[in-house]
Design a protein around this ligand. Structure first.
Ligand code: HPA
Length: 245
């Protein structure tokens, strides 16, 4: 049976209802992961949980040790990774509260440790990344969202920015021209590292604000917090469904 790991993002630093059996701080060749990795049962199934930004939430997106996180999850036996991300909405379907299971990603980050194939190597390796997300896992997630009766975009292009600042209106307009539907700061290099490690990886994104220039006025943290409060309870319901299936 496959072993799921959940990577919780902003608004999901802990998974209430997870019956924790063990918390492990894994030592990796890349340093320490964001937090102890929790192993426990959720919806009756054994699962691993990692808070991407630490617990409490303290590591900004550009300082997350993505390599250590993914390596550590695999070392504990994970083979399916479900990543949860809070994002801004760019295209018209992506209103606050909307869920999206993206099928493509564009990387706008810079300066992050973005590959395991670095350092003193014996050979050069290029992984295929045409389809960045695992299609089977995407389908399972989409089915779980539908079974819970929530509205969801079954496709979408995730644009990953460097942060921690939010974007300018011109940057979002450019991203829209590039074909991005949603914008977040944590999709990369997490997605490609999962591929390099041979892990199935898919992402469930929750829109928590209209991206810059997509609403009147500026983006406030209180508006984001409000959307997170409502939206993450939906995400937990979906995860329960996914895992008990
Ligand atoms: N931009 C980038 N990342 C985000 C946003 C945003 O508007 N909202 C939540 N994460």
């Amino acid at each position: 049976m496959s072993k799921y790991a959940i990577i919780g993002g902003t608004g999901l630093t802990q998974l209430e209802g997870l019956k924790i059996q063990q918390a492990t701080l894994v030592d990796t060749p890349y340093g320490a992961p964001s937090a102890d990795i929790l192993r426990g049962t959720y919806a009756g199934r054994e699962v691993l949980f990692l808070a991407r930004h630490g617990h409490p939430h303290r590591i900004p997106p550009h300082q997350v040790n993505y390599r250590a996180n993914l390596w550590a999850l695999r070392s504990l036996g994970a083979d399916k990774i479900v990543a949860i991300n809070a994002v801004g909405g760019i295209t018209s379907e992506m209103t606050t509260g909307q869920l999206c299971v993206p099928d493509q990603i564009i990387d706008y980050t810079s300066g992050r440790e973005h590959t395991l194939y670095a350092g003193d190597l014996q050979q050069v390796t290029h992984v295929d990344f045409s389809y960045p997300y695992d299609e089977n896992l995407r389908r399972l997630l989409i089915a779980a969202v539908a079974a819970c009766g929530f509205s969801c975009s079954n496709r979408g292009v995730y644009g990953c920015t460097q942060g921690p600042r939010l974007e300018t209106i011109a940057e979002i307009a450019r991203m829209e021209r590039d074909g991005c539907d949603i914008v977040g700061m944590t999709g990369m290099p997490e997605t490609v590292l999962a591929r390099e490690l041979g892990l199935s990886y898919a992402c469930l994104s929750l829109v928590v604000n209209p991206a810059a220039g997509k609403s009147e006025g500026i983006i406030t943290m209180s508006q984001i917090q409000e959307a997170l409060n409502g939206g993450m309870s939906k995400v937990k319901t979906i995860l329960q469904h996914l895992l008990k299936a």
